[in-house]
Design a protein. Structure first.
Length: 126
C-alpha cells in the first residue's frame, strides 16, 4: 500500500514538472504570430538575432528574427545590440502601446499595432 502511494505521488510530481516546463518551452516566432491569442499573457521563450534596436533612458525595444519570422520585444532592462544572438523570455501582448511615451519616442508602427513580447529576461551571445 505504501509503495503504491509513493509511486502515485512520484508520477504526479513528474507530470506536474513536465507540464510546467512545457509551458515555457522555446517556441518559434511563427508559432506565436500564427496564433497570438493562444500565447497572449503567457510567458514564452524565443531565440533569434537582433535586427533592429532602439533605446532611451534604460527602456527600449528590439526586433528579433529567427528562421520563421520577426517579432518586436519591449524591454525595461536595456536592449541588446544589433546582430547579437539572444534568448528571451517574456509575455506576449497584442495591441501594445507606449501611452504618453508614444508621442515622445518614435518607434516603428509595428510595435504599437501588433504583437510584441514584453521581456522579463534575456541572454545575449555574440
Amino acid at each position: 500500500m505504501q509503495k503504491a502511494i509513493i509511486r502515485t505521488a512520484a508520477l504526479f510530481i513528474l507530470v506536474a514538472l513536465a507540464i510546467g516546463s512545457a509551458g515555457c518551452a522555446a517556441r518559434s516566432i511563427n508559432q506565436v504570430l500564427a496564433d497570438p491569442t493562444r500565447y497572449r499573457n503567457r510567458e514564452v521563450k524565443l531565440s533569434g538575432s537582433v535586427v533592429n534596436s532602439f533605446s532611451a533612458v534604460g527602456n527600449g525595444a528590439y526586433e528579433i528574427q529567427d528562421s520563421t519570422g520577426r517579432l518586436w520585444v519591449v524591454s525595461s532592462r536595456g536592449v541588446p545590440r544589433r546582430g547579437a544572438n539572444v534568448s528571451v523570455r517574456g509575455t506576449i501582448r497584442e495591441g501594445f502601446n507606449l501611452g504618453t511615451l508614444g508621442d515622445l519616442i518614435k518607434l516603428p508602427q509595428a510595435i504599437g499595432s501588433g504583437v510584441v513580447l514584453m521581456e522579463s529576461s534575456h541572454k545575449a551571445k555574440n
